[in-house]
Design a protein around this ligand. Structure first.
Ligand code: CU
Length: 193
């Protein structure tokens, strides 16, 4: 019995220690850019925020979707923050930030997150503006016609709505009539007996 109690105490102690934060692995808490986010402004730097303090020897890499590495500079560990400068402008696409750090419990931890770069190019913007201007001109020409169409359409809608109302009323009345007939029939049948 003593042996059993001792074993039990040992197991409880083991669980207590494994649940203690001092013995937990150091995962990423959050980051800038965040996992799965879309970056719409030129990206100058990356910061990873970890759950605990990490060792200075941390490594970070940035890869484009085709596997090319984008050079990072000024890798800096500041307690639980790990930042780096992005040295060149990023083309639109998917990027992966990967890291290899040693957490407060001395465990090396490797992981990665992805984010999207989607920066609107000035040329595209100008083209869109021209298109929009043309559309406006066209709209002005056809505006009278369109107004007529809209009026007709809204009249149709009103009629349809009215029709819908009538339909649902008819259905309701039909159900009521059937119910009443059913009740009368049941009453009559019971009386005959
Ligand atoms: Cu660990």
């Amino acid at each position: 019995m003593k042996k059993f109690t001792g074993a039990l105490a040992f197991i409880i102690l083991l669980f207590a220690f494994s649940a203690s934060p001092a013995f937990a692995h150091t995962h990423l808490d959050t980051s800038d850019p965040e996992e799965g986010s879309t970056v719409t402004e030129p990206l100058d730097s990356i910061t990873l925020y970890f759950e605990t303090v990490i060792e200075e020897s941390a490594v970070m890499e940035l890869h484009a979707e085709d596997g090319t590495e984008v050079a990072l500079d000024n890798l800096t560990v500041n307690d639980d923050e790990f930042s780096a400068d992005v040295t060149e402008p990023l083309e639109n696409g998917t990027y992966t930030i990967s890291w290899d750090i040693i957490g407060v419990d001395g465990h090396p931890m490797e992981d990665s997150i992805s984010f999207e770069v989607d920066i609107e190019e000035t040329a595209v913007e100008e083209e869109e503006n021209t298109d929009a201007a043309e559309d406006t001109e066209n709209a002005e020409d056809g505006s009278e016609e369109q107004a007529d169409e809209n009026e007709a359409a809204s009249e149709n809608n009103v009629q349809e709505e009215a029709a819908d109302d009538t339909n649902s009323n008819t259905l309701l009345i039909a159900v009521l009539v059937i119910a009443i007939v059913a009740v009368i029939a049941i009453v009559l049948l019971k009386r005959k007996k």
